[in-house]
Write a protein of this length. Structure first.
Length: 763
């Protein structure tokens, strides 16, 4: 809720009239892959002229505010006028600029009553016609039993709360209020292209008068909590991390928010399946616990998530940029759908604008949206923005639809964040361990993917898995990790990994002591390397990510480079012992991210200075370079043994594009002939030209192609479009079968097949 209030309360009906607009049902999601976003409030012009100017500046998405966006007057008292005004605006845009998408902002869990406290005494002037005075039961309630109502005259209020206004936070569980919001969604779904839903948050802190409140404990929320969990809580209370009800409440808050967002999305889709829901949240690590926002869950409730990153308003020190990249990487990898970013930047500093845009491009987000201040519509150099948007639109193919497919995974533990850090920036500091570990990997140009712990089964796709202080671990998770290493995986763990159960209760010993090869009582400050089955465990008992980030000090003007690099060196020792593959090396101070699409590969580079050459493993061809805001051109390269060296004139942000010069190959790795498998596990070796399969099994394929079709007796069963390529064979089977995999690359195909006796009963 950051847009200037003056822009939010205009309820004047526009004098022009147009026919109503309905969205074409076959338009699809394409605009979510290359959204160039502007608002009409970045210009000192009339609304209509501002829209025209935004389109002239090559925006393809307009984000706008309506009367109901965040005011009580517009959302409750004058809702019909608000909707009619929005309808007129929508008709203007769709009639005059049919290729432009129009998205409306709403903050359904926060609402201001404008000018309700004109004498600034911290209460409504006449005791009526404000959200709090009319509907106190709608409000969120904190742990001390107070309702979440605030006035702009109170100390420490955020800038968007007007000094003479009331601000409230609403309960996601209040049926009356929720139905009002869902009805608004249904009203607008047929004429807007999307809804931008901001701050789906439970109010944890607000100004100086509201601290660590753990909303919401209102009556409606507590009824839902009881119905969902069987537990009872009642304010006032103090958090008790040994109490089952409190532990359940911390987890349930995510469901509460997710259900609210999901129901809003359903309301939109019931009326118009093509109306997109974009959810904005500033919640990162600890603040996600505080606000009840779980990105993993939120993925299933909306079409895109927009992450808000506060800054930079000035040039950052080196580690400050790495810190920003780490957050962008964490968010992007957790997102399952479309990843958006809203970032604030000094709109007059041209060099900073360029470098900031390069950071976003390197991180592979699906949009560009920046503001010169936290109003969401602050000034950005107009010529820069116009040329950037023109350049992006001309180079969509090089920035849209690319995926990273690394061979290393890093696990993010929601339970450790919630039950070790406990919603506090002080104390255990898992949030620093995970962020510091991501920073070190980025700085070292090691390609990896962040995986949420609830998707732990995915680790079998990766050659190595990193557990930065995965402290709060369940028995089930431990067994998945053991099986992974037993089957040949490499596990890298730090500090107190597995020392607590999933709710933060400390164990007497590491749950993974068998994997680590050491008990807690015998621990020393050294690296423990332990062979386990076909794989190995690498364990270091210090929080190296935490020590690194504390020395790097990315929040301040400078860090302790010597000490930070010492800890990164220790971290790299762990990586080196894993023999982790690296696709390229860079000489010079630069970080880079590798992506793939349609048989092509690209490396997006942030050049901090001194970049000389890139060494890419293997032979490549069709090598080109796309420097920031320039045209794509051929680039010099030569072969040197089993690598290709690319050199040339590299800008601060550049993209190297190429194809691998190699023959297409495909091989079925699992199952293999002469082996017996039971429920996806190899249990025996026999002298046979067939594989014996009992129960379900993952068919695993290695290839340098970009699509694999899986067949059973010449009937296609599954298509996988990204590595690692696999198919879960789980169906009624009895007898002899042929398993076949066909791989495709640039119009070529190649196949591999295997004879197998299969016994499966699928229920």
């Amino acid at each position: 809720m950051k847009k200037l209030v003056a822009m939010l309360i205009i309820l004047t009906i526009f004098p022009f009239k147009f026919k109503s607009h309905s969205i074409n049902s076959d338009e699809g999601d394409e605009w979510l892959t290359n959204a160039r976003i502007l608002t009409p409030y970045s210009y000192n012009l009339s609304w209509e002229d501002a829209i025209k100017k935004a389109v002239e500046n090559n925006a393809n998405v307009i984000l706008d505010w309506a009367g109901f966006s965040d005011t009580y007057q517009g959302r409750i008292l004058n809702i019909n006028e608000s909707i009619e005004e929005l309808k007129e605006k929508t008709n203007f845009i769709h009639s005059n600029f049919p290729g432009i998408k129009y998205v409306v902002y709403v903050a359904p869990l926060e609402m201001q009553t404008i000018d309700s406290d004109m004498n600034e005494d911290g209460k409504d002037d006449d005791g009526k016609n404000s959200a709090y005075t009319d509907h106190p039961e709608w409000l969120q309630v904190g742990k001390d039993a107070r309702k979440a109502v605030f006035y702009g005259c109170l100390p420490g209020m955020p800038f968007w709360v007007d000094e003479k206004s009331e601000d409230v936070w609403l309960s996601p569980s209040n049926r009356e209020y929720k139905n009002i919001v869902l009805n608004i969604a249904k009203e607008i779904a047929n004429f807007v292209d999307g809804v931008w839903l901001d701050v789906p948050h439970l109010c944890f802190e607000f100004g100086d008068v509201w601290k660590e409140q753990w909303c919401s404990l209102d009556e409606a929320s507590m009824k839902d909590f009881y119905n969902d969990t069987g537990f009872i809580l009642s304010p006032p209370l103090s958090p008790d991390w040994n109490n089952s009800s409190w532990l359940a409440f911390v987890k349930w808050r995510y469901k509460q928010i997710n259900d609210f967002v999901g129901d809003f999305n359903k309301a939109l889709k019931e009326v118009n399946p093509n109306c997109k829901l974009i959810v904005e949240t500033s919640s990162s690590t600890v603040s996600s616990t505080q606000h009840g926002v779980d990105l993993e869950l939120l993925n299933g409730a909306c079409d895109a998530i927009c992450h808000e990153y506060g800054g930079p308003f000035e040039d950052l020190q080196y580690y400050g940029w790495i810190y920003m990249l780490a957050h962008l990487k964490l968010w992007h990898d957790i997102d399952k759908n479309y990843s958006f970013l809203l970032s604030y930047v000094d709109g007059n500093n041209l060099n900073l604008l360029k470098f900031h845009a390069g950071i976003i491009l390197a991180s592979c987000y699906d949009n560009y949206y920046a503001s010169g201040d936290e109003t969401m519509s602050g000034y950005i150099n107009e010529n820069f923005l116009k040329e950037l948007f023109r350049w992006l639109s001309n180079n969509d193919d090089y920035f849209c639809g690319w995926k990273n497919n690394p061979e290393i995974a890093l696990i993010f533990s929601r339970n450790t964040l919630d039950y070790a850090d406990k919603g506090s920036w002080e104390g255990y500091a898992y949030h620093d361990e995970i962020t510091g570990s991501i920073m070190m990997l980025i700085q070292s140009n090691i390609q990896f993917k962040v995986i949420d712990e609830r998707n732990l089964e995915e680790i079998k796709k990766y050659k190595a898995v990193i557990l930065p202080e995965f402290s709060c671990m369940s028995e089930e998770q431990a067994n998945i990790l053991r099986e992974y290493v037993m089957n040949g995986g490499i596990l890298i763990s730090t500090h107190e990994t597995s020392l607590y159960n999933e709710y933060g209760i400390r164990r007497e010993n590491f749950l993974l002591n068998d994997l680590f090869g050491v008990n807690l009582s015998d621990i020393e400050e050294k690296i423990y390397l332990n062979e386990y089955g076909k794989g190995k465990s690498i364990f270091y008992p210090l929080p190296v990510g935490r020590y690194y980030i504390w020395e790097a000090n990315p929040w301040e003007e400078e860090g302790n480079e010597i000490e930070a690099e010492k800890w990164r060196g220790k971290f790299l020792e762990l990586i080196e012992k894993a023999n982790a593959p690296q696709d390229f090396e860079i000489s010079g101070n630069a970080v880079a991210f590798k992506y793939e699409k349609d048989g092509r590969e690209e490396i997006r580079i942030i050049n901090f200075g001194g970049l000389e050459e890139i060494r890419i493993k293997g032979k490549i061809k069709d090598v080109k370079i796309l420097n920031f805001m320039e045209e794509i051109i051929d680039v010099e390269f030569y072969e040197n043994g089993n690598e290709t060296i690319v050199y040339g004139n590299f800008s601060n942000q550049c993209t190297i594009l190429y194809s691998k010069d190699e023959e297409l190959f495909v091989e079925i790795l699992k199952p293999s002939k002469g082996k017996i498998y039971f429920m996806d596990r190899e249990i025996a070796i026999i002298n046979s030209e067939k594989a014996i399969i009992i129960g379900k099994i993952y068919v695993e394929v290695t290839t340098n192609g970009n699509k694999v079709e899986f067949y059973l007796n010449d009937k296609i069963e599954f298509i996988d479009y990204s590595p690692p390529f696999e198919w879960l064979l789980s169906k009624n089977c009895f007898g002899n079968y042929e398993i076949k995999a066909i791989s495709y690359l640039n119009g070529r195909s190649k196949e591999d097949s295997l004879s197998a006796f299969i016994l499966q009963i699928s229920f």
